[in-house]
Design a binder for this molecule. Structure first.
Ligand SMILES: [Zn+2]
Length: 244
C-alpha cells in the first residue's frame, strides 16, 4: 500500500506522518477490503472523510479525485515482482553458510525513532534489525556524499529544440588517450593559460579539452580555484596526464 501510494497521504500529500488504511468506498456503504478499494491517508484526512463517498469528499478537488481514481486501477504487479525477488534473494543467500536475517522497514523505523535519530537513508541503514536497536551515531558524523558524473554520455549527437540532430555523431570516445570524465592534471607551459590545472576533463575530437576544476582540500592546497578552463590542448604547449 505504501509503495502504491507513494508513502504519503493520498488526499493531502502529507509525508512522514502516521498513515492509516483508508477505504475509498466506505465499508458502511458496502466498500470491500480489496486492495483496489484501499488507500492510505493521514489521521486528519481519514477522520474528515469519515463515511463520505470519495466523490463527495473531493468535490472541490476534481484533479485529486481524477488522480486517485486512475491510481486505484494501477496493478501491483511491479510491487509483487520486487517482493518475490526479495524473498528469492534471501532464500538463495541462506543456502550458503552465511548468517542471513531479514527485517522489515517497520522495524528499522521503530529502531530509529526509539533512539531519536533523524530520518536519513544512511541512519536507517545503521538502524536495521536486531543490531540496529542500539547504535551510537555521533552528531558530528557526516556521510561522505559524492556525485557520480560518469564518463561521457551515450547520446549519439545533440539535438535541437525540435528533436532533430544538431551535431554529427561522436566519432570517438577516447581522444589522445583521454576520455570525458577522467581526472587529469595539465601543466601548461606556454601561452595565455600558463599554469597547472587539475580537474575533470571533457574531451573534444579537435584535441582542445575543457577542464572542470572542483574544490577539494587537496586542490585548495595546490592553489587551485573552482571553475572551467577551456581549450587546453595536449601538445607542445601543455602536458596533460591522468591523475586518477
Ligand atoms: Zn491527509
Amino acid at each position: 500500500m505504501l509503495e502504491k501510494w507513494g508513502r504519503q497521504c493520498t488526499y493531502c500529500g502529507a509525508k512522514n506522518v502516521p498513515l492509516e488504511i483508508e477505504h475509498i468506498k466506505p465499508k458502511s456503504k458496502g466498500g470491500s477490503n480489496r486492495v483496489s478499494n484501499l488507500t492510505i491517508a493521514c489521521r486528519k484526512c481519514n477522520e474528515k472523510k469519515g463515511n463520505r463517498s470519495i466523490e463527495d469528499f473531493l468535490k472541490r478537488k476534481p484533479f485529486v479525485l481524477k488522480r486517485i481514481k486512475a491510481q486505484t486501477k494501477k496493478s501491483l504487479k511491479d510491487t509483487a515482482a520486487v517482493n518475490a525477488t526479495r524473498y528469492a534473494i534471501g532464500n538463495a543467500l541462506k543456502t550458503f553458510d552465511l548468517h542471513v536475517t531479514c527485517w522489515s522497514g517497520g522495524r528499522t523505523k521503530f529502531n530509529r525513532t526509539q533512539q531519536k535519530y533523524p530520518k536519513d537513508h544512511w541512519i536507517d541503514a545503521a538502524c536495521v534489525g536486531e543490531t540496529g536497536a542500539n547504535v551510537f551515531i555521533p552528531k558530528t558524523l557526516k556521510p561522505l556524499t559524492i556525485t557520480a558524473v560518469g564518463h561521457g554520455s551515450r547520446q549519439m549527437c545533440r539535438v535541437d529544440q525540435y528533436g532533430f540532430p544538431r551535431t554529427t555523431a561522436k566519432k570517438q570516445k577516447v581522444v589522445k588517450g583521454f576520455q570525458t570524465g577522467d581526472i587529469v592534471k595539465a601543466v601548461v607551459t606556454k601561452g595565455k593559460k600558463i599554469g597547472t590545472y587539475i580537474g575533470r576533463v571533457a574531451v573534444r575530437t579537435s584535441g582542445f579539452f575543457n577542464i572542470e576544476r572542483f574544490v577539494t582540500s587537496f586542490l585548495r592546497k595546490m592553489g587551485q580555484r573552482r571553475g572551467l578552463v577551456g581549450n587546453i590542448a595536449n601538445d607542445y604547449k601543455a602536458l596533460m596526464v591522468t591523475v586518477i
